[in-house]
Design a protein around this ligand. Structure first.
Ligand code: ATP
Ligand code: MG
Length: 463
């Protein structure tokens, strides 16, 4: 028995005492119990109670502005109230039974006033259907969730096909937990997934995105994606990736495009890279299928596949309603991942590389490229793989040369002196000045730039 008072946060016990003082039962449920039984720290604390949602709201109603908590009815129809207390958000759910899943997404109605055991039986997997009575036990574990956690096994509560018919997200949750926890999906669960794919197709894209995000955040995302491929979920959710199976590559590559993409994503995860880098690694070669050509000597080429991959990645992320800022970052990393540094690059070439990549994106772009290199051979890239480029970039940055319009010795305002009109033309001229200065930093003085700007302006005006 791994759960004891010592590993339950004191704030949880404080909340629990508010329930028990009011004569109500309260249990720790969900991920917290699962994590504690695995011997891990719990991340978030979900509670289940026999108190009705209105009663929970009343228990945590601020009294005279002095109480350290407040409650928000986040899903009151389904019995969920969120209680904010000491920097935690507790999801408090009333014991409930769910009835009639006619749309394969959510119950038609819920019924309160049931026991904890009945509440546990509506949950998806045995490992998620264990409750710990606060403050100090015992465990209620009607489906041997503790045994399955020990065996690292994902088993449905009841018949998997029936449970998937109630909610088409559950198949995806099964494979997500497999990679998140490094558990095995029980054969009966795995076998029921192909028949449930048409139900998963009806689930809201936001719910699917949340699962994809958790897969990508897991230590080895490929575990989930391979299970998705095997069960038909990948073809449904990410057909762009599923189609990469069997696309062979040239020369140095050991893997087809799908295995290569999964290895790249695993590497990014192992390096604890940001979600954007992990997604860029996953989608960076999806365009290869569409750009594959065989040249005269029989070699496969994928000319400009990075553009096509970026377009497909944006389509995927639009479909799952990712925020624009995330889409832009991922697509930028994909578009720029094909740089080929050589020692004979001039300083100007290094400056142009920095401008294209964006100084802030450089660390992510290096990580993306390391992931790509690893996934090409399946071998660790040498420690100094990108070092020559990184050093050159550092040197160029240290020289403090102009790399953006704001570093120019003149502004748009100054250009009026040489009769450049504000607007589009001024923008173009400023860009040309930057290009000139990137090529030859000694031109970055007010006098010289005004002279060049005047000449360009004349050319435009007369042409
Ligand atoms: P994590 O928070 O790490 O994703 P969790 O198990 O706490 O894992 P939540 O989504 O917070 O997952 O849900 C809390 C509990 O509610 C789950 O442990 C499970 O018992 C139940 N649950 C959540 N989603 C479903 C679902 N789609 N079908 C059935 N039960 C579910
Ligand atoms: Mg949770």
């Amino acid at each position: 028995m791994l759960i004891g008072k010592g590993n339950i946060h004191p704030a949880v016990q404080e909340i629990a005492s508010i329930f028990s003082n009011a004569g109500k039962q309260v249990y720790l449920v969900g991920g917290a119990v699962r994590d504690l039984l695995r011997g891990q720290k719990a991340k978030d604390w979900d509670l289940a109670t026999d108190a009705l949602p209105d009663e929970v709201m009343a228990l945590f109603r601020p009294k005279g502005g002095k109480t350290p908590y407040f409650a928000v009815p986040t899903g009151i129809k389904h019995g969920t109230v969120t209680v904010y207390f000491r920097n935690f958000a507790f999801e408090v759910t009333t014991f409930r039974a769910e009835k009639g899943y006619s749309d394969g997404r959510r119950p038609d109605y819920v019924e309160f006033g049931v026991s904890i055991t009945e509440d546990l039986s509506r949950r998806d997997f045995t490992m998620n259907a264990v409750a710990y009575k606060l403050p100090s036990g015992p465990l209620t574990d009607p489906f041997n969730g503790e045994g399955d956690i020990k065996a690292r096994l994902i088993r449905s509560v009841g018949n998997p096909a029936e449970r998937f018919a109630e909610d088409g997200l559950r198949p995806l949750r099964a494979v997500r937990f497999a990679s998140q926890l490094d558990f095995k999906v029980d054969d009966a669960v795995l076998e029921a997934i192909p028949g449930a794919v048409s139900l998963t197709a009806r689930v809201a894209p936001e719910r699917i995105r949340d699962e994809l995000d958790k897969i990508i955040a897991s230590p080895k995302p490929s575990a989930a994606f391979l299970l998705m491929e095997k069960t038909g979920l990948l073809e449904l959710i990410l057909p762009e990736l599923a189609l990469c199976r069997g696309i062979e590559q040239k020369g140095l590559h050991r893997f087809d495009v799908l295995d290569h993409s999964l290895l790249a994503c695993d590497f990014a995860a192992r390096e604890k890279a940001s979600p954007e880098v992990r997604m860029a690694a996953l989608y960076h070669d999806t365009g290869k299928r569409l750009t594959c050509k065989i040249d005269e000597s029989g070699v496969r080429t994928f000319y400009q596949h990075e553009r096509e991959s970026s377009r497909l990645a944006r389509e995927i992320m639009l479909r799952f309603r990712y925020p624009n800022a995330v889409m832009d970052k991922v697509c930028h990393l994909i578009e720029e991942h094909m740089f080929h540094y050589e020692e004979n690059w001039t300083d100007a070439a290094v400056r142009r590389f920095i401008i294209r990549a964006g100084e802030d994106s450089l660390p992510d772009l290096y990580r993306m490229r390391m992931a790509d290199a690893y996934a090409t051979s399946g071998l660790e890239p040498p420690q100094d793989y990108l070092l020559p480029l990184v050093k050159r970039v550092e040197k160029v940055l240290a020289a403090g040369r102009a790399l953006s319009l704001k570093d120019l010795a003149v502004s748009g305002y100054d250009l009026k002196e040489v009769r450049v009109k504000p607007g589009k033309q001024m923008g173009i001229i400023l860009k040309e000045l930057l290009e000139a200065v990137v090529e030859d930093p000694s031109l970055n003085t007010r006098e010289k730039l005004l002279e060049i700007a005047g000449k360009i302006n004349e050319r435009y005006s007369s042409g």
